[in-house]
Write a protein that binds this ligand. Sequence first.
Ligand code: SF4
Length: 182
Amino acid sequence: MNAPRPKVRIATTSLAGCFGCHMSFLDIDEHLFELVELAEFDRSPLTDIKHCGPCDIGLIEGGVCNAENVHVLREFRRNCKTLIAVGACAINGGLPAQRNHLDLEACLREVYMSREGLGEGGVPNDPELPLLLDKVRPIHELVRIDYFIPGCPPSGEAIWKFLTDLIAGRTPRLSYPMMHFD
Ligand code: SF4
């Protein structure tokens, strides 16, 4: 009798994103049952694992807006054989990058010091809070990325096709109708 095929280990995370790409991942619906036969999850919103360990595939949603994002992204790159940028925010900064043309300090003052009920009159500076970067960066500016799945968000169908190609050892390919650019 053939030994069962070892499961592929997958990690996912959201950096400066809205979790919409993760919601789209869950849109693979009944394929989730197939996926749990083929794969197990490391760090992900689907588990309570706090750090990414050695994995076959890492899926990153969101760009990089603070020091913690940098740390998490580098941890994923060190541990994942194949790293995939999922969605517009990971690929080009997306919506969070709209702050890139604003002065960060002015932006923080406007949010926390000009409006009642926020920040008790000051910009939050608890040392536990991750330091903000001056600009929101796409993830390929910090680490090498193996694949990109465009869309805001990419469809569940596209994410499923990508994953099943990779798990089967094929180079992932999306047909044109599966590609979203909005
Ligand atoms: Fe959300 Fe769109 Fe960014 Fe995905 S690409 S994290 S859906 S804003």
